[in-house]
Design a protein around this ligand. Sequence first.
Ligand SMILES: Cc1ncc(COP(=O)(O)O)c(C=O)c1O
Length: 301
Amino acid sequence: QGGGSTQFAMVAENLGIHTGKAAYINTGVWAKKAAAEAKKLGIKVDVIASSEDRNFSYIPKVQKVEGDYDYVYICFNNTIMGTHYEYIPDTGNIPLVADISSCVLSEPIDVSKFGLLFAGAQKNLAPAGVTLVIIREDLITETPLAGTPTMLSYKTHADNGSMYNTPPCYTIYVLDKVLHWIEKNGGAEGMYRRNKEKADYLYDFLDSSDFYHATTEKGSRSLMNVPFLTKYSTGASDEASLAKEKEINDKFVKEAAAAGLVNLKGHRLVGGMRASIYNAMTLDGVKALVEFMKKFAAENA
Ligand SMILES: Cc1ncc(COP(=O)(O)O)c(C=O)c1O
């Protein structure tokens, strides 16, 4: 329990115990929050790569990580920025930790390449309330950082079959249903085929449009979260341009909602719109969005 946010601290408390040093790749809000939490716990955090220079629109290429780090931390799918790793950094013997909250079971993932993977449930698994952690057994320590509460030790959960305290039964019940649905639809491979088709449909439209554009760079694009802007997001900061941009974005979100397409408002850090097309979204849903976008573009060109 405690969601992805609690994992930010648990990772540091349970893994940052030998040299007290950890490497973080900064790809936006969620990676930053995780690093901040580690620092709070006294971990020496090295940011070994960052995509902040271009507003987190891409995933930095980190070929090889070396150093006496206890772990290397990445956020595999960046929900807000709409970026996703298309490679797994080579960290040699250093355990690689990945936050897969917003891409869990959207594609196959080679678990053997990671020391620890975690995901809050609420995107592709179940309602919020249960958290998935996959941890290499040798990383389950008996001696987390001094003062680590019992509930924040992975050993507590591992030793007690994830039932040290009362489990969120209803959420687990729904999780079971969702996992059966995923299995019936081809498992992680099936989800990937479905998600790739959906995302390609939307990105192809964005890349061919004169009115809209994706905010992320090719080679770093999320299959789950697709932020986009209109031609009225010019980057100009004068009052008239900003007012026009806001007017168009507000109009888009309002008219889309009236057409049954909801939650399209982008995060304030990126602006514009964001389509979240998790496993549960159908290709027909994405097609309906694109049809609406074409109509809106024609009416507001
Ligand atoms: C990638 C990522 N990590 C962590 C979190 C935080 O998860 P929670 O709300 O479960 O604490 C989120 C929430 O959206 C997320 O998208």
